[in-house]
Write a protein that binds this ligand. Structure first.
Ligand SMILES: C[S@@+](CC[C@H](N)C(=O)[O-])C[C@H]1O[C@@H](n2cnc3c(N)ncnc32)[C@H](O)[C@@H]1O
Length: 179
């Protein structure tokens, strides 16, 4: 599968295509700077951003693992598996999937890993994000990267989507302003 084919699929599986554009630079940097460590995705839903990360690990990952975490409350686990597993198998990317709350993963299982890249796209409530970033910092390698979705928000977009600022982006923004 070439880059354009992968991108078309990944975009079809997510409702916010901007993710791929935003993820490209942190991914490229993490692939170059941290050769032996895993990548973590918090919030995978149907696997749009997951496919994007997986493809890069296949191309340049040299055996690096992808760890996904999602509590799957909306019951899309099967769709995620159908979308993603064929590529995990075909591309032989070491893969772990934790179906649980992101904070539970971070407190109970993250210590088993050493991450070169964390892509945080799960729950954006300020308390959660603050806790997650503080705790995860123990398990991110030197020169590792954190990419946070919805860190920058657009008031017009928020109004048009009918979401409260705090629901969508406010949590991340609030935390970043305090760091
Ligand atoms: C915006 S979607 C992720 C979109 C995905 N990155 C993509 O590219 O399509 C947010 C995801 O975070 C998950 N999520 C929300 N709160 C969570 C929590 N507390 N723990 C784990 N996953 C959570 C939701 O189930 C949902 O799949």
């Amino acid at each position: 599968m070439n880059y354009d084919e992968m991108l078309e699929k990944a975009v079809a599986w997510t409702d916010h295509q901007q993710i791929m554009r935003d993820l490209k630079s942190p991914l490229d940097i993490a692939l170059k700077t941290s050769p032996d460590h895993a990548f973590l995705e918090i919030g995978n839903r149907y696997g749009g951003s997951t496919l994007f990360i997986l493809w890069h690990l296949w191309q340049e990952g040299k055996g690096r693992a992808l760890v996904c975490v999602d509590h799957n409350r909306e019951g899309f686990e099967q769709k995620f598996f159908q979308n993603i597993m064929p590529y995990v198998i075909e591309w032989k990317v070491p893969f772990a999937y934790y179906v649980m709350d992101q904070t539970d993963f971070i407190t109970k299982f993250a210590y088993q890993w050493n991450f070169a890249l964390v892509f945080h796209d799960g729950n954006h409530e300020p308390e959660k994000v603050r806790f997650d970033l503080q705790e995860l910092s123990w398990y991110i390698t030197t020169n590792g990267m954190v990419a946070i979705d919805d860190a920058r928000f657009d008031t017009a977009l928020l109004k048009s989507s009918g979401l409260e600022q705090r629901d969508r982006a406010g949590g991340v923004l609030e935390v970043l302003q305090k760091v």
